[in-house]
Design a protein around this ligand. Structure first.
Ligand SMILES: [Zn+2]
Length: 214
């Protein structure tokens, strides 16, 4: 039987910054020399201007943060470490965590899969520079992400964890601070199990959505 996995996204409007520009350290093992990924953040994960009275938020850099007290049942799920996330101006921990998966999901078969744009992928590693494919919806008059259809060359049935990083990193990496670019890394999505998807759906139904692909 195939397990169903979900690409984990949010309807929350991104605010503020997080990550490398604020001094968050990243460990890099076997990272691509051209684009710098993959990297994993090292505790503490810095963000700037935390929103008031939120139990969850996402930044313009694409990082999601969870209030550990509100999401305390997360400790029942497997395959990740919760690292502390703090406001870089105060350097105080106010209970926010970042979910750091232990493993990466297998890579998609780029030729067969659809719903992602590969025009800007790093030619050196083919791990970064992915984008959601957007098509214009004439009724809603906005660009909407196309439904993703992912195919894999490797067997995904044996995957038992509740959360993974996607192998593919979305957005571009700027490893040098030139021509007004800020230094940043492309980010992986979270890929989560059905069990974890149901948990998030119950906790904050209006905030999360999930694209299933298996
Ligand atoms: Zn690369």
């Amino acid at each position: 039987m195939n397990h169903t996995f979900y690409l984990f996204k949010t309807n929350e409007i991104p605010k503020g910054e997080s990550g490398e520009l604020l001094g968050t350290k990243f460990s890099s093992i076997n990272s691509c020399e051209a684009c710098g990924v993959p990297v994993k953040p090292i505790e503490p994960f810095f963000f700037k201007k935390p929103p008031k009275n939120k139990v969850f938020f996402v930044t313009n850099d694409g990082d999601m943060f969870f209030l550990s007290d509100y999401f305390k049942e997360l400790s029942q799920f497997t395959g990740f470490k919760a690292i502390k996330a703090i406001d870089y101006t105060t350097e105080k921990w106010e209970g926010f965590i970042y979910l750091l998966p232990n493993e990466y999901f297998p890579k998609i078969d780029i030729e067969k899969s659809s719903g992602v744009s590969i025009k800007n992928i790093c030619q050196s590693c083919k791990k970064s520079g992915f984008f959601d494919k957007i098509t214009f919806d004439p009724i809603k008059k906005i660009g909407c992400p196309e439904e993703k259809k992912f195919f894999f060359n490797s067997n995904t049935n044996e995957l038992k964890s509740d959360i993974y990083y996607s192998y593919e990193h979305y957005g571009v990496s700027n490893l040098n601070n030139y021509k007004g670019n800020v230094i940043r890394y492309a980010r992986p999505y979270y890929i989560i199990s059905e069990r974890l998807m149901k948990y998030f759906t119950e906790k904050l139904p209006e905030k999360f959505f999930f694209e299933n692909f298996l």
